[in-house]
Design a binder for this molecule. Structure first.
Ligand code: C2E
Ligand code: MG
Ligand code: MG
Length: 743
């Protein structure tokens, strides 16, 4: 038989789709469910129409036939072995008819045929699900045989009733699914923290959860059935209704699937910020709407706070760097579009660090706040005033008449900030430097303007603070040259392009060389041998200063030791120190270590310190110097007389020698009072028991003058220029051993 597999293990045939059929049947979830009136009606109808005492809706499971509805019997199910319907579902025909079961070899031995029940006639129409699987059959039995079978009219009726049964089974399933969905929906919405509101195509609320009750203040009973528009503030209702009408008409609703921020209205008349996600669907040919609504008032407030934080400086209340950049961007755009000019002023407090260090951070903060107020007071309301760094401010003057105005404002701000500040009862002066860049004149991009104003500021500070400076393209050239130099210096340190020259220092009495000063040279691969004037300022400002300084120390000590080993007369070697060597700390122990490593006796080393270093870094310097002197190392006060060191300083500093700056030596022999200063410095030194050496001696007159006035030593071109160490050696070999001068 086609479409049938005869199982050897089973005494009944199975349809070819048996596994799929069983799975489908189980999906209907109908087996062993209670009686249902609709099905009962259908079997009753079948029994009546076919005049049969028994009618059944049978569903065929794996090994049994279960009756969803029955007439004429109380049996709930029978085994599949005795089932007629098991055969009916094999047939392609709409109805299987067995006129007399006793005469049919398939059923003649069937106990319900042969036994006391004595069933004779059967007609069954398969229950074909929309999937094509036959779930069972609607059948009738009679205890009399009907040799004539059934007529075509009866056959049609039975088949039609079978279809009605299937429709009913189908309906049962969709209703169940719907009910489960509805239940799920209700359970979810009941516990959702967000308000969930549904509405029908008339805009009437159909669903209202607990969170909606809490959010809007209406109980579900008060809300369901009322117009959705009541949740929309009066002013927004027109738009809401127009949008709703479009959605009902089936037009695409752009708001669907996105999160919107809207205003919503509560029962108490309070409008609040809400985040809303909308969805729509069609139900019975009509539109349905759903909205998930969340109160975001707090979030909005937090966002506003963050936004403020992101744009304003908390200490001064001024705009911050980010805000300034935005304003600058707008300015730049306006400048290009409307030929409007503006000016960016960078304002830097001149001695802020001192205040912070000496009076503490609270005073520093108070100063910044006060300075901010003065800046704000010095410009128009619409100008942006920002704090863009610790003690750095910026002012953006928009819609400027000309550069003169910018200059006038800069001058005004300098005056305003030059007034003393009263901090912790003290009058404090700070002052500012200002760098100005004009837009579009000095740049039409935010970064360029900032960088150019910064260059101008840098220059203003260099030129002596308390000034303003306009940007000038030459500034950039200078800065770039400087940047290049910095890079080259880095390489110079790494590649050891530095070397030392030595300049003799002689005793004026007899002209004997008693010492040398080590002077740094840079053997630049392109520019040749460079003197410190060409690179020292850059080196000292860079992070390499300390490293280079210790290189010099070690190299000079090594050289001095080498001369000693070569049997040359004992020499003192002078080494210049830079401020950075004191900052890094541990100078004394470093010097000690170098002396140990090189084996140079301490009294052979003299450290030269300029007045500037001494005065500026007094607190960091005195102690290390004392320690070094205790070791026997000499300390000389270099370039003496060029700065502001006074007699009292000379007493306080632990020094052995002063070096009269060469500018005072050059005076000797010139004007009438030439040499006065040199002479008094010598006298001063002597009175304090210090050694005195004169720098820059170029002629015999100068040497004679100094010798006359009791100066101990001299250094200058007259005795020799700074020279490579070999030249010093040659020079010393020709000289008899000097008598130690303070023997
Ligand atoms: P300084 O310590 O006062 O060194 C003396 C400077 O005067 C040297 O210039 C020297 O060449 C110059 N000089 C010597 N005799 C005469 C003279 O008769 N006439 C004239 N016109 N000049 C004379 P240099 O070598 O260019 O050094 C300049 C400055 O650079 C030094 O002044 C010193 O402050 C600094 N310096 C040099 N080497 C080093 C170093 O290794 N470390 C540190 N930190 N600074 C150094
Ligand atoms: Mg020196
Ligand atoms: Mg000097």
């Amino acid at each position: 038989m086609p479409g049938v597999t005869q199982s050897t293990a089973r005494p009944y045939p199975l349809p070819a789709d048996e596994a799929g059929r069983l799975a489908e049947l189980r999906r209907y979830d109908i087996l062993d469910t209670p009686q249902e009136e609709d099905f009962d009606h259908l079997v009753l109808l079948a029994s009546k129409l076919l005049r049969a005492p028994v009618a059944l809706i049978s569903l065929i499971e794996d090994e049994r036939q279960w009756f969803k509805a029955k007439v004429g019997t109380d049996i709930p199910e029978v085994s599949r072995e005795v089932s007629f319907c098991t055969h009916a579902i094999l047939r392609e025909a709409p109805v299987m008819v067995v006129p007399d079961a006793r005469l049919d070899p398939r059923f003649s031995a069937n106990p319900i045929v042969a036994g006391p029940l004595n069933v004779r006639f059967y007609a069954g129409a398969p229950l074909t699900a929309p999937s094509g699987h036959r779930l069972g059959a609607l059948c009738v039995h009679d205890f009399e045989a009907r040799p004539e079978g059934i007529d075509p009219e009866e056959e049609r009726l039975l088949a039609a009733l079978a279809r009605a049964v299937v429709d009913r089974i189908e309906l049962r399933r969709t209703t169940a699914a719907h009910r489960a969905g509805q239940e799920r929906f209700e359970r979810i919405t009941a516990t959702s923290p967000d308000a969930i509101v549904c509405a029908d195509s008339d805009g009437r609320i159909t669903s209202w959860n607990a969170a909606a009750e809490a959010l809007f203040g209406y109980a579900a009973g008060d809300a369901v059935g009322r117009p959705l528009a009541m949740l929309v503030p009066e002013a927004k209702r027109g738009r809401h209704e127009a949008g709703f009408a479009r959605a009902v008409a089936g037009e695409p609703v752009p708001a669907v699937g996105r999160t919107l921020e809207l205003e919503a209205l509560g029962r108490d008349g309070r409008a609040f910020q809400a985040e809303i996600s909308l969805s729509t669907w069609r139900e019975g040919g009509k539109a349905g709407f759903g909205a998930i609504i969340r109160d975001i008032t707090e979030r909005k407030a937090a966002e506003a706070r963050l936004l403020h934080l992101a744009h304003y400086d908390t200490l001064t209340g001024l705009a911050n760097r980010e805000h300034l950049r935005r304003a600058l961007r707008r300015t730049v755009e306006a400048a290009t579009r409307h030929a409007r000019s503006s000016a960016l002023l960078l304002v830097d407090l001149d001695h802020f660090k001192n205040v912070n260090d000496s009076l503490g951070h609270a005073a520093g903060d108070a100063l910044l706040a006060e300075a901010a107020g003065r800046l704000r007071g010095g410009v128009r309301e619409r100008d942006v005033v920002a704090r863009i760094g610790g003690d750095e401010f910026a002012v953006l003057l928009d819609g400027l008449e000309g550069a003169d105005t910018a200059a006038a404002v800069a001058a005004k701000l300098i005056v305003a900030l030059g007034e003393p500040f009263i901090l912790e009862g003290r009058r404090v002066h700070v002052g500012v430097s200002v760098g100005v860049a004009l837009c579009p004149h000095d740049g039409d991009a935010v970064d360029t303007l900032m960088a150019n104003a910064d260059l101008a500021l840098y220059r203003a500070k260099k030129e002596g603070r308390g000034r303003y400076q306009f940007f000038d393209p030459n500034l950039r050239v200078a800065v770039e040259a400087r940047r290049r130099l910095d890079l080259e210096l880095r390489r110079a340190v790494a590649e050891e392009e530095f070397l030392l020259h030595y300049q003799p220092q002689v005793r004026l009495d007899d002209g004997a060389v008693v010492g040398v000063e080590a002077l740094l040279r840079w053997n630049h691969p392109e520019r040749g041998l460079l003197s410190p004037g060409a690179f020292l300022p850059a080196l000292e400002e860079s992070s390499l200063a300390a490293q280079a300084g210790s290189w010099v120390l070690r190299a000079a000590c090594l050289q001095a030791r080498a001369w000693l080993d070569a049997g040359l007369p004992p020499l003192r070697v002078g080494v210049n120190l830079s401020a950075a060597q004191f900052h890094s700390g541990g100078l004394a122990s470093q010097v000690e270590r170098i002396l140990v490593e090189t084996g140079l006796p301490p009294e052979r080393l003299e450290l030269e310190i300029t007045e500037n270093i001494l005065l500026k870094h007094e607190s960091q310097i005195i102690e290390p110097l004392r320690r070094l002197r205790r070791l026997g190392i000499g300390v000389a006060f270099d370039d003496f007389g060029t700065g502001f060191a006074s007699l009292s300083h000379l007493r306080r500093f632990p020094i052995d020698r002063i070096k009269i700056d060469r500018s005072f030596i050059a005076d000797i022999g010139g004007k009438a009072d030439g040499g006065t200063i040199a002479r008094s410095v010598v006298g001063l030194g002597k009175s304090l028991g210090l050694q005195v050496i004169a720098e820059g001696i170029e002629d015999e007159d100068q040497a004679g003058f100094l010798r006359l006035h009791g100066c101990d030593e001299a250094q200058g071109y007259l005795y020799g220029r700074p020279m490579p160490p070999e030249d010093i050696e040659r020079r010393l070999r020709g000289q008899r051993s000097p008598v130690p001068n303070d023997a």
